[in-house]
Design a protein around this ligand. Structure first.
Ligand code: PEP
Length: 249
């Protein structure tokens, strides 16, 4: 089965009403292949504006959510609320939430379950720190992060998950993983899924690469057999993002 190429943008804590109107006008005018799935993640408060302004062949994501539908959880946002204001996706397990907000593998896995139950699709981020790569434990770290999700979700739920392999040392640093480094980890993730879940899930789950992807470096990585797309931070705030959407052209 051919996997549909997937490109996600992660705006992080960036944006303003004016900037979003300007950027979406440029995205909406861009020419993009019809066989690439595109998703843009925005801060909660801008999700409705983005959902209104963005071209309808692209989808909107929240960048996080909580594990309850509603209630006394001051400051939290439920997956149901994200869906209510127009999001179709949510980014979960981003390294900034794992490291700065101290989110555990198990908490992230619980969010994945609740988001899917609420009808959202999930971009699930995993990836190792520089010292973990240097210590040769990249795969062990990624497998540990995935283990929690494998334990929590049903096999059929994997159809609603895109894995974003994002080595932490490559995020926002300009230090992109080489296409071979990305391919090596993606292939190992696919092997892991085969043994931990099923051959079908291993074959069908999209594995995107994230970490300093830009218009210049995306084309070579897109050629790798297990690189099924990208999760893009900085460059998704610029018209350059359109070139990344066109990486397979
Ligand atoms: C990210 O935030 O998910 C990311 C990959 O950022 P950048 O592309 O800026 O490295």
């Amino acid at each position: 089965m051919a996997r549909t190429f997937w490109v996600g943008g992660n705006w992080k804590m960036n944006g303003s009403v004016a900037a979003i109107k300007d950027l979406t006008a440029q995205f909406n005018a861009g020419s993009v292949p019809s066989d690439v799935e595109v998703v843009i993640g925005a801060p909660y408060v801008y999700v409705p504006l983005l959902a209104d302004s963005l071209r309808k062949d692209w989808a909107v994501a929240g960048e996080n959510c909580y594990v309850k539908a509603s209630g006394a959880f001051t400051g939290e946002i439920s997956p149901e609320m994200l869906k209510d204001v127009g999001a179709k996706w949510v980014i979960l397990g981003h390294s900034e939430r794992r490291s700065i907000l101290k989110e555990s593998d198990e908490f992230i896995a619980e969010k994945v379950v609740k988001a899917i139950e609420a009808g959202l699709k999930v971009a699930l981020c995993v990836g190792e720190l520089l010292e973990e790569r240097e210590a040769g434990v990249t795969q062990a770290v990624v497998n540990r992060q995935l283990d929690a999700v494998v334990k929590a979700v049903k096999e059929e739920d994997w159809a609603n998950i895109v894995i974003a392999y994002e080595p932490v040392w490559a995020i926002g640093t300009g230090k992109v993983a080489t296409p071979d480094q990305a391919q090596e980890v993606h292939a190992a993730i696919r092997e892991y899924l085969k043994s931990a879940v099923s051959a079908k899930v291993a074959e069908e789950t999209r594995i995107a690469y994230g970490g300093s992807v830009n218009a210049k470096n995306c084309k070579d990585a897109a050629q790798k057999p297990d690189v099924d797309g990208f999760l893009v931070g900085g460059a998704s705030l610029k018209p350059e993002f359109l070139d990344i959407v066109n990486a397979t052209n």
